[in-house]
Each structure stands twice: as C-alpha cells, then as structure tokens.
Design a protein around this ligand. Structure first.
Ligand code: NAP
Ligand code: F7E
Length: 351
C-alpha cells in the first residue's frame, strides 16, 4: 500500500517541493489549500492530475489553520501516515504588522493540527515546521541545544509551535518532530523575502525594466540553503526510528550585502548603482546572525546540503533572468508592489 501524506502549506515554496518529493516516492499526497478569490496554486499546477483519473495521486482540500473543526474532519477522512504542518504566516516583518493573525495561524494553528490528530484518533507521524528564528538574539553557531531568544511576533508564535509539538510527543507518545530549519530559498521563494526580492530585481534591472531596488539592513547574516534539499531533510526526520528535533542548515553564513554583490555580479552589474536604502524594510527588532550547526542531522539522518548562500545567489539570478521574458506585466507589477507597503512603526533612529 502506498503511504498517504497530508501537507498543510502545500501551495508555498516548501509545500510544493515536498509534494514533488513525496509523489516521486510513490505517496498519495493530500494538500490543504485556502479558498482565495484568485488562483493560489501556481507552484503546484504542474503536479495536478484530474482527480477523476485513475492516475491521480495528488488531492487538494479546502481548509484553514484557523478552523479546528475542519481540520479534525479532514484528518479523519484522509487518515494519513504522515502529516507535514508547513502552513504559516511566514514573513517576519509582516508579523510586526499582523501580530495577532500571526499568533493565530503560526502559533495556535499548530495546536489545532495536533489536536486534530489526537481527536481524530488517526495513527500518524507529525512534522512541525520550526525555524532558526527561534534563536533570534542568541549568537551563532546554533544547534539543538542552543537557548532560544525570539525577536519577532513570528518567532514567538513559532516558539509556541515548537514546544507544543514537543509536549504532545511527551504527553501522548506521538511521533512528532520539529525541523529547526535555517533560511532556505529557491526560484520558487516568495517574492518579498530578501533573496528573491534581490534576484528578481537583478533580472528586471538587467532587462531595463526597473531602475533601483530598495532594501533595509544589509548587515544581517543568514545561513541560506536550497529548499529542495531541505524538504528531503524533513522527509528523513519522519523516517527515523525515534522522533527528535533537528537543525537543517549549511553552516555557512553570509551577509545580505554579500548576497547582493554576488547576485548583481552574476548579471554583470555593479550593485552600488542600483541598491537604495529604505527604512521601511527594517524591523523593530532584528535578528543579526544565524549560522547553523547541522551535526545531528548529518550523523543521524545522513543529510548533507550541497548549495550555500553564494551558490544560491547565482542559481536564483539565472532562474529569474530566464523567467523574465515569460512573466509579462503582472510580474513587474509585483516587483513594484513591495515599494508601497506602508511603514507602520517609527524607525527613523534605526537607519
Ligand atoms: P510560504 O512560501 O510562505 O508558504 C506558507 C504556506 O502556508 C502557503 O501555502 C500558505 O497558503 C499557507 N498558509 C498561510 N496561512 C494559512 C492558513 N491560515 N491556513 C492554511 N494555510 C495557510 O512558506 P515556506 O517558505 O514554504 O515555509 C514553509 C514553513 O516553514 C512555514 O511554516 C515557515 O514559517 C517555515 N520556515 C520557513 C523557512 C524558510 O526559510 N523558507 C525557514 C524556517 C521555517 P497561501 O499560498 O494560500 O498563502
Ligand atoms: O530577511 C534583511 C532582513 O525576510 C532576511 C522566513 O522564511 O527565514 C525567513 O525569515 C534578512 C533580514 O527572511 C530587506 O532584515 C534587508 O535580516 O528574507 P527575509 P527572514 O526574516 O530571515 C526564517 C528562518 C523563517 O523562518 C521565516 O519564515 O534580510 N533585509 N532588506 C530584508 N528583508 C526583506 N524581506 N526585505 C528587504 O527589503
């Protein structure tokens, strides 16, 4: 019998790569999607097969992490072997604008999923998308023993998700794991995360369709890895004999500035001519440096990443340059979208 998995957040970057991976391994894959007034499945459209077809192995269900009763019903009817809880309001700066919504989706949403597993009585393994943002102000290198010091409403919500997942493992004997994933990116990365914002801007500037890109703090250090390698790590955590928590990271940290330099250089451009500062992209509290120690995942899961932040900058610029001619006007409109987000806090002193 094929294994059955349920993925929340299947329309996101990670959800789309994980769905691909599980389908390639022969799983039947179920995904939770939100009803929206526009289509929100562009990252998984290539995987879609008409559910009436005997070949269909991907099934989508409407639902929302804010709706606990729906989650119980879905868990009961799908009866999955593995649940990957990837859904979240995942943008750190937006979490300062929408802290209550972030707490509800990213924090309380996790307990709704765990309760749905418990109340439905299904026998399933559970993956929680935890984050290196938990470490916040704690200095690198960070591993599974490093104390947490969250620095945003997003990180505080993820802290709740981390501990409630661990609590359900201990209280109810659930196979529940936390993947503490450091930043991971790809050509499918959301357009307002810094890497993708930069690489899309490089492509648009190179094509003469954009003049500048406005950024915030260039000094932040991040340990950027490649998303398809990280979803492989998620799956390995779920195949282990015992449930545990794991850091996935490359161990290589670079600044936003270095990512910018490499990205522009890849397109033969001098970044200093095109990058401008805008204080609205600063955060009220910043996470200065995240660099992970992935020893446990290497030793226990045999997981080892091959692409770090420098390689990613080149890979993502190439992909955005390639995609630009096919993108049309809406693509450019999205490039401009972020420039009219209203600043909601006074940060003049932080510039
Ligand atoms: P993403 O691209 O922002 O995707 C988030 C997903 O969550 C989307 O499918 C979104 O649906 C869905 N979602 C949001 N609110 C929801 C709600 N109330 N109910 C149901 N679904 C909802 O995020 P990602 O980069 O793939 O990350 C996946 C997970 O890993 C997230 O939990 C994120 O916080 C965490 N994480 C990410 C990173 C990283 O570097 N990427 C690192 C550590 C942890 P729509 O498409 O409809 O918006
Ligand atoms: O910011 C700086 C910003 O928004 C990275 C999420 O996937 O990873 C992600 O969170 C850095 C920060 O990602 C701009 O201040 C400068 O220091 O790409 P980001 P993030 O906040 O690290 C973690 C692990 C998650 O769990 C999250 O879900 O870049 N930065 N200028 C900027 N950031 C943005 N977005 N836009 C700028 O203009």
């Amino acid at each position: 019998m094929a294994k059955r998995a349920l993925i929340t957040g299947i329309t996101g970057q990670d959800g789309s790569y994980l769905a691909e991976l599980l389908l390639s391994k022969g799983y039947e894959v179920h995904g939770l999607i939100r009803r929206a007034s526009t289509f929100n499945t562009s990252r998984i459209d290539h995987l879609y097969v008409d559910p009436h077809s005997p070949d269909a192995r991907l099934f989508l269900h409407y639902g929302d992490l804010s709706d606990g009763a729906r989650l119980v019903t879905l868990l009961s009817s799908i009866d999955p072997d593995e649940v990957y809880n990837l859904a979240a309001q995942s943008h750190v700066r937006v979490s300062f604008d929408e802290p209550e919504h972030t707490a509800d989706t990213t924090g309380t949403g996790t307990i709704r999923m765990l309760e749905a597993v418990r109340l439905s009585g299904v026998k399933t393994r559970f993956y929680q998308a935890s984050s290196s943002e938990l470490y916040g102000a704690t200095l690198p290198p960070q591993n599974e023993s490093t104390p947490f010091y969250p620095r945003s409403p997003y990180a505080v919500a993820k802290l709740y998700g981390f501990w409630i997942t661990r609590n359900y493992r201990e209280a109810y004997g659930m196979f529940a794991v936390n993947g503490i994933l450091f930043n991971h990116e790809s050509p499918r990365r959301g357009e307002t995360f810094v890497t993708r914002k930069i690489t899309r801007a490089v492509a648009a500037i190179k094509a003469g369709k954009q003049d500048y890109v406005y950024l915030g703090n260039l000094d932040a250090v991040r340990d950027w890895g490649y998303a398809p390698e990280y979803v492989e790590g998620m799956w390995r955590m779920m195949q282990a004999e015992e449930p545990d928590d794991y850091v996935l990271a490359t161990g290589v940290g670079i600044t936003v500035r270095e990512f910018v330099e490499i990205a522009f250089e890849r397109a033969g451009l001098d970044w200093e001519k095109y990058v401008r500062f805008d204080e609205r992209y600063l955060r009220p509290t910043e996470v200065d440096a995240l660099i992970g120690d992935n020893s446990r995942a290497r030793q226990k899961l045999g997981w080892s990443p091959t692409i770090d932040g420098r390689g990613l900058a080149r890979l993502m610029v190439d992909a955005d340059i390639e995609a630009l001619p096919h993108a049309g006007h809406p693509w450019i409109d999205k490039v401009r979208l972020e420039s009219w987000i209203t600043p909601t806090f006074s940060n003049a002193g932080m510039a």
